[in-house]
Design a protein around this ligand. Sequence first.
Ligand SMILES: Cc1cc2nc3c(=O)[nH]c(=O)nc-3n(C[C@H](O)[C@H](O)[C@H](O)COP(=O)(O)OP(=O)(O)OC[C@H]3O[C@@H](n4cnc5c(N)ncnc54)[C@H](O)[C@@H]3O)c2cc1C
Length: 371
Amino acid sequence: MNSSSPIKISGAGPAGIAAALAITSKGYRAVICERRDDVGKRFHGDFQGLENWTIQKDVLEELTELGIQIDFDYHPINEVVCFDPAGTERIFRSQAPLFYLLHRGKEKGSFDYALKQQALKAGVEIRFKTRISKLPEGGIVTEGPHRADILASGYLFDTDMADGMYAVVSDDLAPKGYAYLLIHQGRGTLSSCMFRGFHGERNYLEQCVDFFQTSVGLRMKNPHRFGGVGNSALPKKVKKLSTLYAGEVAGFQDPLFGFGIRWAVVSGVAAGNAMASGDLRQYETIIKKRLKPHYQSAATNRWFYEKLGNRGYSKTLKHFPPNRDVRKWLQRAYAPCWWKRVWYMLIVSRSVKPLLDLSKNCDCTWCRCKR
Ligand SMILES: Cc1cc2nc3c(=O)[nH]c(=O)nc-3n(C[C@H](O)[C@H](O)[C@H](O)COP(=O)(O)OP(=O)(O)OC[C@H]3O[C@@H](n4cnc5c(N)ncnc54)[C@H](O)[C@@H]3O)c2cc1C
């Protein structure tokens, strides 16, 4: 790799910027082409969670070690009120933060704005309004989802409600997924995060509004609709000739609940380091070690989660020990182990593939084929 020719990256999301920062930290030049006119335009100022439960290490510590400065607005969350399909409430607590609440979009204080500033300061060139369809000389593709396995549909709003984090698991509100309501300092994000039933999107969303009005007294002022899709299916290869794929375009997202920010940064940095070193195989090795085992475990969890249905969700929540630390419990649930690896192989093998259905969702709500 020669320091006079910059390494090209397509997409200025967390994965692309993390990759560029890794490249510049090694003394090479990076240029990011972003099809939109700014960073974070896929989002709308919505609250998202930087998950802190898939591994023991705190996510902020991990990001710092990966070269990301924690100079965005964030708020640690140690308590979530969770409802079962019948509306029965359970409070889940953790000693260490379960996740960090942050906001996405182009505004100051958002995760995306902070990453952009860090990149510009490091000398990364970002070419906005530049769409890339091919990288003939190689580079890193971090273009976000190319398909929809998950659909989030919701409202952003102002509110006079007290701060609170709420979730509900119910196939009547978010088929095979969950709905959430996040209130922080007078702003709110409500969403139905569906893994099935995309065509009923509007109906599910309105049922979520009704549910939260009844259960926690939801009050929305100036509501705006927002939404988006997510990809959580791994491609066959994360390296094709001299091109690496990182972030959500490569399916690096928790397939159980659809949390992708952490995995986007981890894979972006790994791709950037591999490009800078000139040893692209290094990328596959790191992915196999750091992300793939957790992906396999989470995909297996999803397979079981999909079998639960409303009765199963209620039973699972009911039997969760009241004083148990939910972060530690989730860590165990995501921990890779031999039987989950075997189960995952069975799930993805041709013989039982139809049962998994991780990739079968139709995305025509978004592709407008009007099916
Ligand atoms: C509504 C919603 C809520 C979510 N909530 C959470 C959450 O709470 N926690 C969590 O961890 N994750 C969440 N996610 C997922 C998370 O946001 C993504 O996994 C993460 O942003 C992926 O980062 P990325 O860099 O891979 O892709 P992106 O953030 O999608 O960035 C890709 C960038 O590439 C650009 N691009 C696309 N194609 C091209 C092209 N051809 N040329 C140039 N540029 C291109 C896009 O404009 C975009 O800016 C949510 C997703 C959605 C939709």
